[in-house]
Ligand binder design. Structure first.
Ligand code: COA
Length: 344
């Protein structure tokens, strides 16, 4: 059988991107009024100056729909035949939030489903979309990463309350040629469920509800063992990025932008050092939005493309890590696309 250079001739190509954050800004000074912390500690230990928190009455699906609309506008077409929403903070436990978002966007009765991979969700969403496109199940897929963690932060826990912000980011992938700009070059994905304790919401699921003694008060706050997560984040994002670069034949010095999950600036700079990517090439967006979980990477990309830093023809390495533990990396050469501003 004739073998082509690529296992499939149908690649997933980035056709549009968009993102949003809710209007309410919560700066470090505001958090310092109710928590034993201060602006200087937060900025030097995390790089975060402020974040956006959704107002009461706003659900994750609402943010997802706005980001999705902007990605469709960026793609120049409302035609999509699948919607994947990466979120760990859905509107409700059942049904999934994605069908509601598809209906809100008036996309017709397309397949729409949620995936739950915490902060690595957007990369997993891209991989699921790329698989659907390669196999011919779909031609155009809207992938959204959206989370509202602010309502699950223990207001007395200074380790989590300072880090997380709310937001949504989205991308349209279309079927195309592996050699064109915007084609997703490949994936590296992994998980380690033995360390699920490092970041989790213990309550609200079947484990708690099937306990011999039913819980009266569910414990649905987000818990995180920050120091240990930090080490795992560096090791996994570094290892996954290196494995991907090796697989797709890119050298570290050919990477124009390193778009890592925006959890902590020190984590991103350490991973860049491990990979031998210049720190100047690290996209930083967390200073203004904090850790927005599944929205973090599309938000950082949209921010950089909208302000003109990230331009067509540049090579971008994307890598994420989060609860699960879960991690993943992908890469592409940035295409020529219109990018709506996050604040628009
Ligand atoms: N304000 C002021 N002091 C704080 C503080 C805060 N918000 N949080 C912790 N401290 C204190 C600690 O109590 C400790 O004090 P001590 O030395 O007197 O015991 C000191 O600062 C250092 O604490 P430590 O936990 O070692 O801080 P750190 O440098 O590891 O930073 C995180 C804490 C949470 C910011 C950091 O570990 C981190 O970013 N982890 C990764 C988080 C992440 O990636 N999450 C997303 C994955 S899903």
């Amino acid at each position: 059988m004739h073998k082509t250079e690529h296992p499939t001739s149908r690649a997933a190509v980035l056709a549009g991107i968009g993102a949003m954050v809710p209007p309410r800004v919560v700066d470090n000074e505001e958090l310092s009024k109710s928590l034993d912390t201060n602006d200087q500690w937060i900025r030097t230990r995390t790089g975060i100056s402020r974040r956006h928190w959704a107002s009461p009455g706003t659900a994750t699906g609402d943010l997802a729909a706005v980001a999705g609309e902007r990605a469709l506008e960026s793609a120049g077409s409302r035609s999509v035949d699948m919607l994947i929403l990466a979120t760990s903070t859905p509107n409700q436990p059942m049904p999934a939030t994605a069908p509601e978002v598809a209906a809100k966007l008036d996309l017709g009765m397309i397949p729409a489903f949620d995936i739950s991979v915490a902060c690595a969700g957007f990369i997993y969403g891209l991989s699921t979309a790329a698989g659907a496109i390669a196999s011919g199940i779909a031609d155009r897929v809207l992938v959204i990463g959206a989370d509202i963690w602010s309502t699950r932060l223990n207001p007395e826990d200074r380790a989590t309350a300072i880090i997380f912000g709310d937001g949504a980011g989205a991308a349209v992938l279309r079927a195309g040629d592996p050699t064109e700009r915007g084609a997703i070059a490949g994936f590296d994905l992994g998980s380690d469920g033995a360390r699920k304790d490092l970041a989790m919401v213990p309550g609200g699921g079947s484990r708690e509800r099937s306990a011999p003694e039913a819980a009266v008060d569910t414990d649905e706050y987000l818990y995180m063992r920050g120091k240990e997560i930090f080490t795992h984040a560096v090791n996994r994002m570094g290892g996954s990025s290196a494995a991907l670069l090796d697989r797709i034949g890119w050298s570290a010095d050919s990477v124009d932008w390193f778009a890592g999950h925006q959890a902590n600036a020190r984590i991103l700079h350490t991973v860049a050092d491990v990979l031998d990517v210049d720190r100047e090439r690290v996209l930083i967006h967390l200073d203004r939005v904090g850790n927005t979980s599944a929205a973090s990477i599309p938000l950082a990309l949209t921010d950089a493309a909208a302000d003109g830093r990230l331009t067509a023809g540049e090579r971008v390495l994307l890598t994420a890590f989060g609860g699960g533990l879960s991690w993943g990396s992908t890469a592409l050469t940035w295409p020529k696309i219109y990018v709506p501003d996050i604040a628009s």
